[in-house]
Design a protein around this ligand. Structure first.
Ligand code: AMP
Length: 281
């Protein structure tokens, strides 16, 4: 596995691979890798000729007061894992390589960034779309892999790629969970034992929503209310939002028709976690 820290080196390597006729696959991450990340990496290895992974904890997608400075990092462990997964190239830029002095350009998707996490993390998605544009321009991928765990991010990136003519296919992969259902996340490492036990609240509330949907309930207010009740059984967990939205437009809906997303964000102690499930369609 080659490791590059400079944008121009990655671009050169990607162009060489493209000239050989190779399909370039790309998995952007913030590192501290877990099985969720690795499901994307394995799919990328399987479906493309040249697999690039990036690790970059992007400061511009953290809102003031969030966990940028303490976000878990372990470069050596991540390198060893990716080596084992037979990744071809690891791109690990420094902040000053990605945001050169005097940097003043952003990429922003207007509509899909407003609901759900957008309401509570102003500027977050602008940071995401800006860094992903820059990573796409460095790696020049044919296919990029994103997890359903961050479903809103997937929708936002898909629209950005379409609107800005990035010649890349955006592929979503299912959520990888722990045995009890908790969605894997680098942030789970912040949880203490009691919090870890109660963190299953997010998944439990989604399962309750799914159960109601499967029994024929189509009123989203009723579903949200019942999902809220699940959280009250977990005193360490405080929901930030419980939403039912259209799966394509992320618009609020009252009467469920077609494919919808049920999505939750909650604080487990001080740790903010998200989870979601797609229903119907
Ligand atoms: P992150 O390092 O948290 O920015 O995540 C990098 C990529 O991995 C994103 O596309 C995430 O959606 C994806 N991802 C994170 N956790 C999971 C998971 N539990 N299952 C599937 N994909 C995930």
């Amino acid at each position: 596995m080659e490791i590059f820290r400079e944008v121009n080196k990655v671009q050169k390597k990607s162009l060489e691979e493209k000239c050989k006729g190779n399909v370039i696959g790309f998995v952007p991450t913030m590192g501290y890798l877990h099985e969720g990340h690795l499901s994307l990496v394995r799919k990328c290895r399987e479906n493309t000729d040249f697999c690039v992974v990036s690790i970059f904890v992007n400061p511009t997608q953290f809102v003031a007061g969030e966990d940028y400075s303490v976000y878990p990092r372990d470069e050596e462990r991540d390198k060893a894992i990716l080596e084992r997964e037979r990744v071809d190239l690891l791109f690990m830029p420094e902040v000053k390589e990605m945001y050169k002095e005097g940097y003043q350009t952003n990429v922003e998707v207007l509509k899909f960034t407003k609901p759900l996490c957008g309401k509570f993390r102003p500027g977050h998605f602008k940071g995401v779309t800006t860094v992903v544009s820059k990573l796409f321009n460095a790696v020049l991928p044919n296919i990029a892999y994103f997890g359903q765990k961050d479903y809103q991010q997937y929708i936002v990136i898909k629209r950005m790629a379409r609107d800005l003519n990035f010649p890349v296919k955006i592929q979503m992969m299912p959520i990888v969970r722990e045995k009890d259902g908790l969605a894997m996340s680098s942030r789970n490492s912040y949880l203490n034992e009691a919090e870890r036990e109660q963190a299953v609240a997010l998944y439990s509330s989604l399962k309750r929503g799914e159960e109601l949907y499967n029994s024929g309930e189509r009123n989203s207010s009723k579903i949200k209310k019942e999902m809220g009740k699940v959280f009250s059984q977990f005193p360490l967990v405080k929901p930030q939002y419980i939403e039912v939205v259209g799966a394509e437009e992320l618009d609020s809906i009252e009467k469920i028709q077609g494919k919808v997303l049920i999505a939750v964000a909650a604080f487990v102690g001080k740790v903010r976690l998200i989870d979601n499930m797609l229903l119907g369609g």
